[in-house]
Design a protein around this ligand. Structure first.
Ligand code: AHR
Length: 487
């Protein structure tokens, strides 16, 4: 019996809906043959954007989408991606497979995709190979409402009205693919570049600085010391890589040991956030700067026979558990973590959607984002869970609980154990609750959906729970993620 208590009268931070964000890069089949198929495609689309993908993302209420990279961002020159498509400049995508990028998907297309999905755009600017003027003009092009060279150019390209663009990243991984800089050099560049990322009219920009690579605490220290007063957010990148960067492992067909090892590595996010937050709090005790985990997720070998530069991988129940435990960590730290963007949206790394021609599958990870969507902008509740270890430092269960604006409580619980179900005794304190319902995602650790079996792993209603005198009782099966709703 595992004991869980939810203290509904002990309210904590607001869980920003942006924690449930995603990331789309010009990489492999994320954009082309992913979200964008072009207006002339036989695949149903609106202005070139796949309708089935747009609808699937609306269903999980995707709040924010980062673009155009990633490493691609610091090689991207936005003016190459505007104007008539036939005259747009072609370039080599040197990072990702050396393929020709014809710039058919640019600023107008990205903002159109966000409009259709109903999510906020998060644009990542180019510091590594770009200029201050180029970055400054991009913001003017997108958001200035008046007469100016860039606003006039935007109108000439068919969009007289300015867009709203709140989230703007000043460089990506500038410690690596974004220029191999040292932190003090980047921090000074950041101060300079961000000066010219202007607020036009009522468009207030939330400026995000390039933060550390996983446990590079010195980067956080230096960038916060030199530039902390000039930013709204600092990014953190951490990938769960079973094996090593040089020798990764397969996305499917793994054993139980590899499963637990993957979850152990995913749970390292807790230590990373805690330690980076400690540093940030020394320079920013008032939490004015948010931690933005704008790249996270699993990274395996590519699927056999696919382009190694395209990073296409399958997605199993193991990925669902990684997503569930990571999102529970973000919720727990929502006083500092104000945005996160899993990598990446479609057909790349830990994707929520995979496509093949006109076929589309929703991955186990997608279903976790569905189970967690009621945490968006809800208030985190204090909770306590008794756990036991199932593998080196890996607990059997993790949880989050929140209260939405109508007073409804949503609990997300993950059972990490590969083979053991647990009876749960959950006490709710605070006020009287009368009804409870639940949904569940459960299967064997290696189960996945593919184009012939798109619904093998899916959410089902879970009726085997009781609520008596504010006590919930149920059994959570092995390798499962649940959402429990109490009102
Ligand atoms: O998501 C794939 C790549 O991982 C991104 O382009 C880069 O920022 C990171 O190293």
């Amino acid at each position: 019996m595992a004991k869980l208590s939810i203290h509904t009268d002990e309210k904590k931070s607001k869980i920003s809906r942006n924690i449930y964000g995603n990331f789309s890069e010009h990489l492999g089949r994320c954009i082309y043959n992913g979200i964008y198929v072009g207006e002339n495609s036989d695949i149903p689309n609106v202005n070139g954007m796949r309708t089935d993908i747009v609808e699937a993302l609306k269903a999980i209420k995707l709040p924010v989408l980062r673009w155009p990279g990633g490493c691609f961002a610091d090689e991207y020159h936005w003016k190459d991606g505007i104007g008539p498509k036939e005259t747009r400049k072609k370039m080599v995508n040197t990072h990702w497979g050396g393929v020709v990028e014809d710039n058919a998907f640019g600023t107008h297309e990205f903002l159109e995709f966000c409009r259709q999905v109903g999510c906020e755009p998060y644009i990542n600017g180019n510091v590594g190979s770009g200029t201050v003027q180029e970055m400054s003009e991009w913001m003017e092009y997108m958001t200035f409402d008046g007469v100016s060279p860039m606003a006039d150019l935007r109108a000439k390209n068919g969009h007289a009205e300015p867009w709203k663009v709140k989230y703007f990243g000043v460089g990506n991984e500038n410690w690596g693919c974004g220029g191999n800089m040292r932190p003090s050099y980047y921090a000074d560049l950041y101060r300079r570049f961000q000066t010219y990322v202007r607020n036009y009219g009522d468009n207030r920009v939330f400026r995000i600085a390039c933060g550390p690579n996983s446990d590079d605490y010195n980067w956080t220290e230096e960038v916060m010391r030199i530039a902390g007063n000039y930013m709204n957010g600092l990014s953190l990148h951490y990938y769960t890589v079973p094996g090593t960067w040089e020798k990764k492992t397969a996305a499917t067909g793994f054993d139980t040991n590899m499963y637990y090892e993957t979850i152990r590595k995913a749970l390292y996010m807790e230590e990373l956030i805690t330690r980076h937050t400690e540093i940030m709090s020394r320079y920013d005790p008032e939490h004015k700067v948010g931690l933005i985990v704008d790249e996270w997720g699993t990274w395996y070998d590519v699927e056999p026979g696919t382009n190694p530069g395209f990073l296409y991988q399958q997605n199993t129940m193991r990925d669902a558990i990684v997503a569930a435990v990571t999102l529970n960590i973000f919720n727990a730290h929502s006083d500092r973590v104000v945005m996160a963007n899993i990598a990446q949206l479609v057909n790349v790394l830990q994707s929520v959607i995979l496509t093949e021609g006109e076929k589309m599958v929703l991955t186990p990870t997608y279903h976790v984002f569905d189970l967690y969507k009621h945490h968006h902008d809800a208030t985190l509740l204090n909770s306590h869970l008794e756990t036991e270890g199932v593998y080196a430092g890996v607990p059997n269960l993790t949880v989050s609980a929140s209260e939405d604006e109508n007073g409804v409580v949503h609990i997300t619980l993950a059972n990490i154990s590969a083979d053991t179900a647990y009876p749960i005794d959950c006490a709710l304190t605070g006020k009287k609750y009368n009804t409870a319902s639940a949904r569940i995602l459960t299967n064997s650790i290696g189960a996945y959906n593919d184009f012939d079996h798109p619904e093998d792993v899916n959410i089902t209603d879970f009726d085997a729970l009781t609520l008596e005198n504010n006590n919930l009782h149920f059994n959570i099966p092995a390798c499962a993620v649940m959402e429990i709703t109490v009102s």
